[in-house]
Design a protein around this ligand. Structure first.
Ligand SMILES: Cc1cc2nc3c(=O)[nH]c(=O)nc-3n(C[C@H](O)[C@H](O)[C@H](O)COP(=O)(O)OP(=O)(O)OC[C@H]3O[C@@H](n4cnc5c(N)ncnc54)[C@H](O)[C@@H]3O)c2cc1C
Length: 394
């Protein structure tokens, strides 16, 4: 048994995955999550490349496969609903279908990881209000007023990380906006999709459109609503009704099923909106505080690698902490040394693919060629980057 007490902020993917590994190594783990309970929602996310190996080591790979989205393919439709592109080789959310990657709903993945961890203390509905550290400990005060002391604090609280803001500085210093905004929510399967996804780009405007895919044995569907913006959209991260309004305004127009989709999104209980952005930091740790997953090196949904990087990061961070025998400085340095280049390569790939897609789509001869650009650009290069790292044995 190890008497190191670790506080993890965030209970989505990175936080519970780290809790899994740390409890396995005998650390004492507390996870604080701002939401009142495990958060529902999120589209399909992907476990691929080295993250498959991590899931296998965690003993959850078979469960992930059993819960995979089971997509058969996708189509792209024009504003009248006519199909202009169809493939059973890949999907826009999950990439190539004929490979071992697992595409799974984010909330299913979060639940499976959480259930796989040992004895973890969860503090839901709370958040770190302030922390200060010295050579020996980190003293934390929570929004609820409780005060506790930990040996280490891990920020696994996403793109808008509270831990990062408190310890490293304001998000604006580290964020790279990609000029795309995205909402994700559960909608009824009103299109009658059967293990299928449909995508639509509205004819006017940069990246305005939607993707809908059936989920949970076709009993429901998950929708992505997307629009580009030259400047970052200014919005309150906690005001969901205002976010719904922003999305409805940006996607106004009588194209395909967009009006119905927007209405369903307005009614969704699990509406999640964000601008696609990346986090670029010079260093992932400060003293006894370290960042993990999107909080430290978000690649954005455009990278298709956020979830895999969170899983890999958790395995490497915990492995290095266990190997360093209590020397967190050595562990944090080794964690960053292992993953920095890989995280950066995935970020750059996302930026390149997006740029390429925008450029080529503008030159496409017709709707069918534009759809092909959208779905197929950068597929081979992406696979290369994904496979360019292997997790060492811990
Ligand atoms: C509801 C939701 C839906 C998502 N949908 C998609 C999607 O459709 N496609 C996609 O590619 N990615 C999606 N993501 C992001 C995706 O989960 C991550 O990119 C990736 O899995 C890395 O996970 P993470 O745990 O590092 O960060 P995240 O998944 O962003 O998790 C961060 C967690 O920290 C919590 N948190 C935030 N602030 C605080 C705070 N102050 N105190 C305590 N906890 C806090 C959040 O509630 C969340 O549970 C979604 C994330 C969420 C939370």
């Amino acid at each position: 048994m190890n008497d190191t007490k670790v506080l993890v902020s965030g209970a989505s993917i990175a936080g519970p995955a780290l809790a899994h590994w740390l409890t396995r190594y005998g650390f004492s783990v507390t996870v604080v999550e701002r939401a009142p309970g495990p958060r529902p929602g999120g589209q399909a996310v992907d476990v691929r490349g080295p993250a498959l190996d991590v899931a296998d080591r965690m003993g959850i790979l078979d469960q992930l496969r059993a819960h995979s989205t089971g997509m058969r393919g996708m189509s792209v439709v024009d504003s009248t609903g006519a199909e202009v592109y169809r493939t059973t080789e890949r999907t826009v959310s999950g990439g190539e279908l004929d490979n071992p990657d697992v595409e799974i709903l984010r909330d299913d993945l979060a639940r499976i990881i959480t259930e796989s961890a040992g004895d973890v203390e969860y503090l839901f509905g709370d958040s770190i209000a302030g922390l200060d550290q010295d050579d020996d400990e980190v003293r934390v005060v929570f929004e609820s007023g409780r005060a506790r002391t930990f040996d280490l604090v891990v920020g696994a609280d996403g793109l808008h990380s509270n831990t990062r803001r408190l310890v490293f500085g304001p998000t604006e210093r580290f964020i790279r906006h990609l000029g795309v905004n995205m909402a994700v929510c559960t909608v009824p399967n009103f299109l009658g999709l059967e293990n299928w996804q449909v995508m639509h780009q509205m004819p006017d405007g940069d990246m305005r459109g939607a993707m809908v895919m059936s989920a949970r044995d076709n009993t429901e569907a998950r929708a992505y609503l997307m629009f580009g913006s030259a400047e970052p959209v200014d919005y309150d991260h906690r005001d969901v009704e205002a976010q719904k309004e922003i999305v409805a305004r940006a996607l106004a127009g009588d194209s395909w099923e967009m009006p119905r989709l927007v209405e369903h999104a307005r009614a969704a209980a699990d509406f999640h909106f964000d601008s696609a952005a990346q986090i670029l930091l010079d260093s992932w740790s400060r003293g006894r505080v370290v960042l993990l997953g999107d909080a430290g090196y978000c690649g954005s949904p455009m990278s298709g690698q956020g979830t895999s990087l969170a899983l890999i990061g958790a395995c490497v961070l915990a492995g290095e902490l266990a190997a360093a025998g209590g020397d967190h400085r050595a562990a944090f340095a080794a964690y960053e040394e292992e993953l920095r280049d890989y995280a950066r390569a995935n970020q750059e790939m996302a930026v390149m693919n997006l740029r390429e897609r925008r450029a080529q789509a503008g030159q496409a001869a017709d709707a069918s060629a534009a759809a092909e650009v959208l779905v197929e650009t950068g597929v081979a290069e992406f696979a290369q980057v994904v496979a360019s790292y292997a997790v060492k044995d811990y």
